[in-house]
Design a protein around this ligand. Structure first.
Ligand SMILES: [Zn+2]
Length: 286
């Protein structure tokens, strides 16, 4: 799933390719992905793309004052095409959800694999009209995201820090993968309760968030949309690497599974060498 660094890179990529081009046509193949009806999506035809930005994990194309806002969710992706097929596609079962044609014959597809559909597209007059954007917490790459900001966020919250980092209303842009990475860099247990963090730990966590995201953005810079997924995987130290060796200490990376996701961590680096309880695993062993 694309998180802040990938969406930032997609925004940069589109800024280069799409800004200055006029939208010729938009084909909506998956009606359920389109979350708004006023202004109509057809209203974007004939208008130029004037800017591309990012809000948390939302991609925002400014189309002459209207906004085409995209949330790729878990299995959505953006595929750029130098030559986008002009022949109309029949709405149906395939992964293609939306196709944007630009006036020079290029364009992009929004696709979504799997059956759990989460891809969301909005056409709005103001990005803040998208409820998910209006509710976003501070952006960790913004200059105003200081140690004091994080201290205030942590406050006396009785929330596990893994959950806190992933909550878009608390901090924008971090998901399951980068929260694992941040906690590995900070050498903290994902289950640590936010309120118990000392001042030094908050400072360490802040540094880990900013460094992890900046490095990931740096790695993705200048990459084509199609290369971002592979780059994200390569750059991850613990996320998705259960059973592999921790690059810092050599211990085996472990996993805790939940109903629809899993987290990975290094026991030596993060939990004093003690493996965390994995409910799914203990259930299987009974
Ligand atoms: Zn380790």
């Amino acid at each position: 799933m694309p998180e802040l660094p990938e969406v930032e890179a997609l925004a940069a990529f589109l800024r280069e390719r799409a800004v200055g081009r006029v939208i010729a046509r938009i084909d909506v193949l998956a009606i359920s992905a389109l979350k708004t009806y006023d202004p109509p999506v057809t209203g974007l035809g004939g208008l130029p793309v004037t800017a591309v930005g990012r809000y948390g994990k939302f991609l925002d194309l400014d189309v002459d004052g209207l906004h085409l806002v995209i949330h790729l969710a878990r299995a959505g992706w953006l595929r750029w095409k130098e030559e986008i097929p002009v022949k109309p596609v029949r709405p149906g079962k395939g992964p293609l959800a939306l196709r944007v044609h630009l006036d020079d014959g290029s364009g992009f597809d929004l696709t979504e694999a799997g059956t759990k559909k989460g891809l969301a597209v909005y056409v709005v007059r103001d990005p803040a009209d998208v409820p998910g954007i209006a509710a976003l917490g501070p952006d960790p790459l913004s200059e105003t995201f200081t140690v004091a900001t994080l201290q205030e966020i942590v406050g006396d919250r009785r929330t596990q820090i893994k959950r806190l980092l992933r909550d878009q209303r608390i901090i924008a842009g971090i998901g399951n993968a980068y929260s694992d990475e941040v906690l590995h860099v900070a050498k903290m247990s994902p289950f640590k309760i936010a309120a118990t963090l000392t001042e030094e730990e908050v400072e360490l966590l802040h540094g880990s968030i900013v460094m992890t995201l900046r490095e990931a953005v740096g790695r993705s810079e200048g990459l084509a949309a199609g290369d971002l997924k592979a780059e994200k995987k390569l750059g991850l130290r613990v996320h998705g690497r259960a059973g592999e060796k921790c690059p810092i200490c050599g211990d085996t990376i472990r996993e805790v599974s939940f109903a629809d996701s899993a987290l990975q961590y290094c026991p030596t680096c993060q939990t004093g060498g003690k493996p965390l309880a994995d409910r799914r695993l203990s259930r299987l062993l009974k």
